[in-house]
Design a protein around this ligand. Structure first.
Ligand code: ZN
Length: 122
C-alpha cells in the first residue's frame, strides 16, 4: 500500500499564501519524501526550479504545520558535499568543534559556519 502524501495537507495553505509556485506539482513532487527522509532545500530548488527563498518559506510553513522538523547538516567547504549522514544535528549546540568530512578527510574547524538547514519528514 502506498503511504499517503502528507504534503496534501498544506496544499490549501500554500494556495492561500500565493507563493509563485504550482502547488499541485509541488505536492506531487513531495510524495517521494516519506516519513524519516531528509529534504534538502537546495535539491527542491533545483528539481522544481523554485527560488531558494520560496523553498525555505514553504519548508518553514510545512514545519509550522508539523510535517517537517528542522535539522542542520555540515557542508564541506573543500569538496562541496555534505560531510556524511552521521553529521546531522538538531541544534547548533550539538555541532562539535571539529567535523571531519567522510568524502575528502577535510578537518572542518568552524563547522557551524558551514551548517545548512535541512528538514526531516515527520
Ligand atoms: Zn569534503
Amino acid at each position: 500500500m502506498m503511504q499517503s502524501n502528507i504534503f496534501v495537507k498544506v496544499g490549501p495553505l500554500l494556495k492561500e499564501k500565493q507563493f509563485n509556485i504550482d502547488v499541485d506539482s509541488f505536492i506531487n513532487h513531495m510524495a517521494y519524501y516519506t516519513s524519516g527522509k531528509f529534504v534538502y532545500p537546495s535539491a527542491i530548488h533545483r528539481e522544481l526550479k523554485l527560488s531558494i527563498q520560496d523553498v525555505y518559506s514553504i519548508m518553514e510553513l510545512c514545519a509550522e504545520q508539523g510535517l517537517l522538523e528542522q535539522y542542520l547538516q555540515i557542508y564541506c567547504p573543500r569538496c562541496q558535499r555534505f560531510v556524511g549522514s552521521d553529521n546531522i544535528y538538531k541544534t547548533a549546540l550539538e555541532i562539535p568543534e571539529i567535523v571531519n568530512c567522510v568524502h575528502c578527510d577535510e578537518e572542518i574547524n568552524n563547522p557551524l559556519q558551514h551548517a545548512v538547514v535541512i528538514y526531516k519528514v515527520l
